[in-house]
Design a protein around this ligand. Sequence first.
Ligand SMILES: *Cc1c(COP(=O)(O)O)cnc(C)c1O
Length: 332
Amino acid sequence: MIKWPARIELAQLPTPITKLERFSKRFKDTTIWVKRDELTGTEVSGNKIRKLEFCIAEAQNQSCDTLITCGGIQSNHCRATAVLGARLGMKVHLILRGEKPDVPEGNLLMDYLCGAQISYLSQGQWRGHEDLATELQALYASGDRKAFFIPVGASDEVGLWGYIKASEELKQNFQDLKMEPEYIVTATGSGGTQGGLIVGTELLGMGSQVVAFNVSDDAAYFERKIREDVMLWKQRYNQEFDEDKVKIKTVEGYVGPGYGAAGPEIFDSIAELASSEGIFLDPVYTGKAFHGMVTELQKGHAGALCGAKNVVFIHTGGLFGVFPQQQNFRFG
Ligand SMILES: *Cc1c(COP(=O)(O)O)cnc(C)c1O
């Protein structure tokens, strides 16, 4: 049995799982399903809230009243943290990578509306973001507050629980549908979703293989990052888990121009799924992973998803990141 740590129920769960009726018709042998984690809540939409349920429980166990976290200007993780801080009456301080824009949009607009305090670090200063977080913790301590630090994407040994827990939900989904997919597909950025799914499916004896499409860094990075998080998780929670058995499969080749920047094929994919199924992807994460999944499926036996009868795509959210890139869509 899994020994679960403290968790606060914050997300709308379980999320639905949807079959792509029309979109799947382009494949002879494969049905695509979408696990709708963009429906974990309107303002908190996406995967980060599943991890934050555990991270914020840990913060409260440590009697913290303030959350410090960090990410890009359009970070979905920072936005979810800002919303949850407002919801729970905790102060939130965000450290964002980039210049302060004249007019905040998308996720950043929501950060401000939720009353988050924001410090900006330039690309060049970003290396020092964890040092700044430590300084801020000391500053808050001198003002009689206790600040809890959550790393980028809440991807650490605490946040790992989010998608271990989600694996339980997936297992139930698959039982209800009388279907066990060959593959569970996700975008990977800071590694916590991918890592949690790998550990969760293994702990629960599920037959599906987790395949991630990286939107930054490379496969070697996620191999290292996930092995490290799993090792820390085992130590901290005294878990039995044989990580040598697990295969970390990260499919490279779909980052495009870089993190946060996408080519025209990604914007076309977003429009295609929106018009055929009414489901919205984003250009930073889910659009790239979905495009990667479709491309690999089209390769058939030569692709990374060979032999797929059923594939479950984890929709990790990101909708608010669409609007700051609206100029990149082509119509006509
Ligand atoms: C953060 C994020 C991801 C990646 O999840 P990680 O756990 O950070 O790898 C994928 N999709 C969206 C929309 C995200 O915000």
